[in-house]
Design a protein around this ligand. Structure first.
Ligand SMILES: Cc1ncc(C[n+]2csc(CCOP(=O)(O)OP(=O)(O)O)c2C)c(N)n1
Ligand SMILES: [Mg+2]
Length: 399
């Protein structure tokens, strides 16, 4: 949370307490909430590394993660970027139906999942393929949805990761429900819900964060503000000074972070997760970052943003920023970087080979897992498909 202050100085001069004093009816309410200002984020995003990779003054409220953790953060960011490039290439080869790249968002994707435990739950969107591979999920299983083979390639309960959500913001409600359920059963699980800037305009975001706040459910809502919702820029999404301000109305503390500063992202998320795990309720973090690629491979971003803007963000590359810093600190050298690059190439080669194998999918599996108990209609439809497939096979046999 840092120093609690209001951007623009005097913008908020009336406290909730003052409003209550003015109203005779409200005077009878006896439990004043915490002053609203304590919920507000810092006016400026938290930043621990300058854009050129030099360290900024240390902050007591956001201690820097240990060197070995930062080295692992770097390694996973390099692997994540290579995965992302490979997935984009697979769309061009017709091996992947669609891929929403998160190039440029590596600090957010990897920093966030490094801040949680394996037993915590992650609620990703379609944008988070990189986060999921950084969490250690098999990349082929991650890409199963985007290849159109199956609704989800991994077992969510095994990896504590919900299926990637395409209906915007629905994962916020799921995260709030799971976190509440876990706390109710006495476990200290935290739910990390990823969400985009555009999706914070959806009702489910507001319902999810409100529910989590009222029930003090341990959820970290992590907004990756990458400046666009497909072609809609942030300026058409909100009039608020920051998306992090959306927490205040729900009684949820929040913070802003430079989303291209990997050290700051990990530090801020670590604190947010600790807050939730300590039973203090949800926390909202907004990361300021940028989507370097089009929305997906099917989008033409040159129609709605200019090259100069993209170039400016290219100079804020999160991988290069961390590399510069870790080299200067002696945590990385040429040999270590060469080894990580080699690992990334091997990872991509293995992904290519396995994605080139034709998947075998039983069409009838489409009906599995729709409900815990299939409905009579579903059983009827399954039987219809089974009969049609059998007839088609018989015809093939006759031919
Ligand atoms: C409920 C709903 N409405 C609309 C869409 C169509 N849609 C898919 S992605 C997207 C933009 C979302 O932008 P943002 O939340 O900023 O996430 P980003 O894609 O930038 O990561 C929209 C409008 C959808 N998937 N679900
Ligand atoms: Mg966006």
């Amino acid at each position: 949370m840092g120093s609690p202050h209001v951007p623009g100085g005097s913008a908020v001069t009336t406290t909730p307490q003052a409003v209550r004093r003015a109203s005779p009816r409200a005077r009878r309410t006896v439990t004043p909430p915490d002053p609203a200002r304590s919920l507000l984020p810092d006016a400026e995003p938290v930043r621990l590394l300058a854009e050129n990779g030099t360290p900024l003054p240390a902050r007591a409220d956001y201690p820097e993660p240990p060197a070995e953790v930062l080295r692992e953060l770097y390694r996973r960011m390099v692997l994540g970027r290579r995965f992302d490039t490979q997935a984009t290439a697979l769309t061009k080869q017709g091996r992947l139906a669609v891929y929403p790249s998160s190039r440029g968002q590596e600090a957010c994707q990897v920093g966030a999942v490094l801040a949680v435990r394996d037993t915590d739950w992650v609620f990703p969107t379609y944008r988070e393929s990189m986060a999921l591979v950084a969490r250690g999920i098999d990349p082929v299983e991650v890409l199963t949805l985007l290849r159109g083979d199956w609704h989800c390639g991994y077992d969510p309960t095994e990896v504590h990761t919900a299926p990637q959500c395409t209906p915007l913001a629905t994962q916020c409600v799921h995260a709030a429900g799971l976190a509440h359920g876990e706390a109710y059963q006495g476990r200290d699980t935290v739910a990390l819900a990823f969400i985009g800037d555009g999706a914070t305009s959806e009702g489910d975001f507001h319902e999810g964060i409100n529910f989590a706040a009222v029930f003090r459910a341990p959820v970290v809502f992590f907004v990756q503000n990458n400046k666009y919702a497909i072609s809609v820029p942030l300026s058409r999404q909100t009039a608020a000074p920051s998306l992090a301000y959306k927490g205040v109305g729900y009684g949820v503390p929040s913070e802003q972070v430079d989303g291209n500063d990997p050290v700051a992202v990990l530090a801020v998320l670590t604190r947010a997760v600790a807050h939730a795990r300590a039973g203090k309720g949800p926390f909202l973090v907004e990361a300021h970052t940028y989507r370097m690629e089009p929305h997906t491979n099917a989008d033409d971003a040159t129609r709605y943003r200019d090259g100069a803007e993209v170039d400016a963000w290219r100079d804020r590359d999160p991988v290069a920023r961390l590399e510069t810093y870790l080299r200067a600190r002696g945590v990385l050298d040429d040999a270590a970087i060469a080894e990580i690059t080699e690992q990334a190439e091997a990872y991509a080669a293995d992904l290519r080979t396995r994605m080139n194998e034709q998947p075998t999918v039983d069409p009838l599996s489409l009906f599995d897992h729709v409900y815990a108990e299939p409905t009579p209609q579903l059983i009827e439809q399954r039987e219809q498909v089974r009969a049609e497939l059998a007839a088609a096979h018989a015809e093939e046999g006759d031919a």
